[in-house]
Design a protein around this ligand. Structure first.
Ligand code: AGP
Length: 607
């Protein structure tokens, strides 16, 4: 959730840290801080609120020094105040610590320190780590070794000590940490986006690693032994991470979908683009052929992709497919074993609940796969078979291009399963042909109709509640549309299967109540139109996502957000676009912070 950076190198640390924090701000943005190793003291600056407040603080008299740490916070323990911002320091101010995660034994440690007369200046669990390190003895590495066994929970920590002015020490259990290897500097960060513009050479730390990082080298220990971790080279382009002339990252990322989808499709097809290339998917053919059931696990938007995936996989392969929230899977004692393919679907590859669900599957002997957008992330490294969605870095907290590429990956996964089960026929080549044409359809959907969007935006912006309706594999798209609106406009929205309306939710309807519906041509469209007549009869106003030429929808809906006609299997992908644009426009209309909505963070690395 929080963004972490540590710097040791040739240059002044403050500009590097602030630049890194700017790139990490999407991971948490309720307060920020930095600490720099001065000649004799560690200088700490902290500010509540957005990073701009810290930047302002650092602007006039930036602390000077070439070693330091920085943090942008998503509050867990304690309100987002200056006192609770990171870095936190020990009682003597000798050691400064930034932290991502949660100490589960927070209460016990806090009581213990207070009983020992240690003055605590914040409500954070992070301060407890700083105080424990301050009370331990030896080098910073030895102190970390001594304290590590006292920490229960999920954490990634970067620390500096006044006594070792040329060193940054990083350690993790759970949330990710990466060490960037530059020519004359090393940068430790919670996310490669913080360092990609300075170096593409990185070392991923494993759970239990303690990295002692100097300007030209990093020594890594795990469980008392020195370990070698490979230096990997990233293939992401730092240039893709600015707004590229768009007003918001979210809008830019919506417009990037044709390319993201094109790249994802092409990455997994054979040379003549007639079949899926299993080798590229990383699946062992024989092992995949043994699979009899599928479990898809994910959170949030990625979970919606799984719901669509269930429809696709069951329809195309006949394999029973279950979908679970990552946060529920491990607590429901799922029936999982070697005949199951468990797929963790996650944009970031770092969502703690999804990783825990994957871990359970792995322990039960299941074949473990991931559909993920970040090469080298935790889910990527844990899985035996990996599909990389080629969306590129997604900075807007509201997921857009990562979702539609996950849907594409679901189609490709279903085709791969058909292939190993000997089910492939003309259907497959036709689906691939449609997939290759999909980017054009997405472009047309993005074009939309200005007038229709204006009307729909006004209607929603003036409402307090709305319902999103769909049927079949478009019901998850209704859920996703409602989530997008909730996330960035703070308006209450719920997704429902249209047929469920009369079993309760219809009681909510009053004159002018907005209903958004996903209504492309399907065998159940007539039934959906019947459901819409029922809601209109009770005063609701209907906004429908449908083909421009769909006269039957135009008769029932008050506003139509147009899409091109596409194959039924690909309708979930194309119908998503107008719902993304609608949520975006409503948030802009309400003057809200589209890319950094309140209370949220891009990557949820705690349970
Ligand atoms: C999407 O708009 C949300 N920000 C959120 O639901 C997200 O999809 C969820 O937290 C899962 O993240 P992941 O895909 O990185 O695992």
């Amino acid at each position: 959730m929080c963004g972490i950076i540590g710097y040791v190198g040739e240059h002044q640390a403050v500009p590097v840290i602030l630049d890194g924090l700017r790139r990490l701000e999407y991971r948490g943005y309720d307060s920020a801080g930095l600490a720099v190793m001065g000649a004799e003291t560690i200088e700490v600056l902290r500010a509540a609120g957005k990073l701009a407040n810290l930047e302002e603080l650092a602007f006039d008299q930036p602390p000077r020094g070439s070693v330091g740490v920085g943090h942008t916070r998503w509050a867990t323990h304690g309100a987002p105040t200056e006192a609770n911002a990171h870095p936190q320091v020990d009682a003597d101010g000798h050691i400064a610590v930034v932290h991502n995660g949660i100490l589960e034994n927070y209460a016990d440690l806090r009581r213990e320190l207070l009983d020992q007369g240690v003055p605590l200046a914040s409500d954070t669990d992070t301060e407890l780590i700083a105080q424990l390190l301050g009370r331990a003895t030896g080098s910073l590495f030895e102190r970390v070794e001594a304290v590590l066994s006292r920490l229960v929970g999920q954490f990634a920590v970067v620390a500096v000590s006044r006594d070792e002015p040329n060193t940054v020490v990083a350690f993790r259990n759970g949330p990710p940490l990466v060490v960037g290897v530059g020519d004359d500097e090393m940068i430790v960060a919670s996310d490669v986006v913080a360092l990609l513009h300075r170096t593409k050479r990185v070392i991923y730390l494993e759970n239990g690693d303690i990295a002692v990082v100097h300007q030209h080298e990093a020594h890594i220990h795990n469980d008392g032994r020195a370990v070698d971790r490979p230096v990997e080279t990233l293939d992401w382009d730092a240039g893709r991470m600015d707004k590229g002339g768009f007003r918001h990252y979210m809008l830019k990322e919506i417009h990037e979908q044709p390319d993201a989808i094109r790249n994802t499709v092409r990455a997994y097809l054979n040379a003549d683009r007639t079949a899926v290339n299993l080798g590229d998917l990383g699946f062992d053919h024989d092992r995949l052929a043994e699979v009899r059931r599928i479990h898809l696990v994910a959170c949030g938007t990625s979970w919606h992709a799984c719901l669509v995936g269930k429809f696709l996989i069951e329809r195309l392969t006949g394999l029973p497919t279950e979908v679970d929230y990552g946060s529920e899977y491990r607590y429901r004692e799922p029936l999982v074993g070697p005949d199951v393919l468990v797929v963790g679907v996650t944009q970031s590859g770092e969502t703690a609940d999804t990783l825990a669900a994957m871990e359970l599957g792995k322990d039960a002997g299941a074949l473990l796969g991931t559909i993920c957008n970040v090469r080298g992330s935790s889910s990527w490294r844990m899985a035996q078979a990996r599909m990389l969605t080629q969306a590129g870095p997604e900075i807007g907290v509201a997921s857009t291009k990562a979702f539609t590429t996950q849907l594409v990956a679901m189609v490709l996964l279903a085709l791969a399963l058909r292939q190993v089960r000997g089910l492939s026929d003309g259907t497959d080549t036709e689906i691939i042909r449609q997939l290759l044409r999909l980017p054009l359809a997405i472009e047309q959907a993005i074009e939309g109709s200005e007038e229709a969007y204006d009307q729909a935006t006004q209607l929603l912006a003036e409402a307090t509640d709305s319902l999103f309706l769909g049927r079949g594999c478009l019901y998850p798209i209704a859920l996703e549309g409602a989530l997008k609106l909730k996330e960035i406009s703070y308006l209450h929205a719920e997704g429902y299967p249209a047929g469920e309306m009369k079993h309760g939710p219809i009681a909510l309807l009053t004159e002018g109540f907005p209903i958004v519906t996903v209504a492309p041509a399907t065998p159940t469209r007539e039934k959906l139109l019947g459901n819409l007549m029922e809601v209109r009869a009770r005063g609701a106003v209907v906004i429908a996502v449908a083909e421009r030429e769909a006269a039957d929808v135009a008769q029932v809906a008050d506003i139509v957000l147009p899409i091109p006609a596409v194959d039924r299997l690909l309708q979930p992908i194309v119908t998503t676009i107008p719902l993304q644009l609608l949520a975006y426009r409503v948030a802009v209309e309400l003057g809200l912070d589209v890319d950094q909505p309140r209370n949220l963070a891009k990557s949820v690395t705690v349970e």
